[in-house]
Ligand binder design. Structure first.
Ligand code: ADP
Ligand code: MG
Length: 394
């Protein structure tokens, strides 16, 4: 973030500040059911209103068609939750750009907040349409991007708008980028990376990048079966990607060449269906029955992985070890989460997505050094890509 200005350097008093936040939160029955992302934006919002800024908050939520207002994707529930958290009135503006939006923001006083409706109600947002970006910029004097979760997308409100206004990174954006890049650039060693989740194909670039940085790479989740295939093992009916066995083989070779200790399961929990009530069995990795699927790592594997985790000075974890959403297959993910939590001396980063959901489910979030709010964005950072939303601020 070397050449990117922080909001600490901005003079916002009396200014209209367009703040891109990531309020892409789940809503159930008209109520925000997980407000993590809203709370993550509060330090920036509170700082800017405390300094007398007039805030225009901008976010997307879900995937509307881009043809105008849709109740299902409205930011109404978000406005209500934000109002509760701040103890302050929030004006929700139905119009994104144009005369009513202008009037609404011009009527603000210092410290007021207007939340524009879901910015993806206009399809020009995702196209990073220059005219749309310029009209959005006309509402404000200053631009702040605090939406790390959307920083891997070049959209009008995350990239285009920055061309027109003095631009700054919010606290969350700063913290996310700095925490992740400092672990990747100069990790305390041993650096243990843990990867799981469903597909090798989703994470291949992350695996590739981490093999240049980590001392140990632990693999769990469904993706381990593609690696096990590459090692000539039978994986029964487990989820696997036949087209990716060659790439998995290349990763095994790269690990050997780089001296990275790549750990794969030695035992697995198998069942004949992904079902809460399935009857499960623990088998050695050499004995997966042909009609059964591996749905979690087994106890010997948890012990092996926990040992490696206990010896780490820094840990990056993305992707659950099994189908943690269901009780019979949660033990491996829980075991790894506990091992990471118990290593209090290490820097521990949970890299977004379902791994964060798992850590929250097991109530271990406060034992981690840092939990990323961005799944895709944190993965792209690990891959070594430049994030368009970050680049636009420089
Ligand atoms: P993240 O969001 O943390 O990056 P992914 O989206 O890649 O993780 O994968 C998470 C999903 O992978 C979970 O829904 C989980 O149920 C599934 N999963 C993990 N292990 C297995 C397995 N052995 N078989 C089938 N699905 C699995
Ligand atoms: Mg996921």
């Amino acid at each position: 973030m070397a050449n990117i200005k922080s909001i600490d350097e901005a003079n916002v008093k009396g200014k209209k500040v367009l703040v891109r936040v990531d309020f892409n939160t789940p809503v159930k029955d008209g109520v925000v059911s997980d407000d993590t992302r809203i709370r993550a934006a509060l330090p920036t919002i509170e700082k800017l209103i405390g300094d007398g800024g007039r805030l225009i908050l901008v976010s997307h939520r879900g995937r509307p068609a881009g043809e105008g207002f849709e109740e299902e994707f409205s930011l109404g529930p978000v406005a209500r939750r934000l109002q509760e958290l701040l103890g302050k009135d929030i004006v929700l503006c139905r119009e994104l750009i144009g005369p009513i939006a202008k009037e609404t923001v011009d009527a603000m006083e210092d410290g007021d907040i207007v939340l524009l409706e879901n910015i993806r109600f206009d399809k020009r947002e995702k196209k990073n349409d220059p005219e749309f970006a310029s009209e959005l910029a006309e509402l404000a004097d200053i631009y702040v991007n605090d939406a790390f979760g959307t920083a891997h997308r070049a959209h009008a409100s995350t990239a285009g708008v920055a061309e027109h206004l003095p631009s700054y990174a919010g606290y969350l954006m700063n913290k996310e980028v700095e925490t992740l890049t400092s672990m990747l650039d100069d990790p305390k060693r041993p650096f243990v990376a843990i990867l799981g989740g469903s597909k090798v194909s989703d994470k291949i670039k992350v695996i590739d990048a981490l093999l240049d940085k980590a001392d140990t790479l632990i693999i769990g989740g469904a993706m381990c079966f593609t690696f096990l295939l590459a090692k000539g093992k039978g994986v029964g009916a487990s989820l696997k990607e036949d087209d990716w066995v060659k790439e998995a083989q290349r990763m095994l070779d790269k690990a050997r060449a780089n001296g990275v200790d790549l750990l794969l399961p030695v035992d697995v929990v198998v069942a004949d269906a992904i079902d809460e009530n399935a009857s499960v069995e623990i088998v050695s990795i050499d004995d997966i029955p042909t009609n059964m699927m591996g749905l979690d790592i087994g106890p010997k594997t948890v012990a092996l992985y926990s040992d490696a985790i206990a010896g780490a000075a820094s840990i990056f974890w993305n992707g659950p070890m099994g189908v943690f959403e269901m009780k019979p297959f949660e033990t491996g993910t829980l075991g790894v989460a506990e091992a990471v939590a118990q290593n209090e001396a290490a820097d521990t980063i949970i890299g977004g997505g379902d791994s964060v959901a798992a850590v929250n489910k097991f109530d271990l979030a406060d034992k981690m050094t840092f939990i990323s709010t961005g799944g895709g964005a944190s993965m792209e950072l690990v891959e070594g890509k430049e994030l368009p939303g970050v680049k636009a601020l420089s």
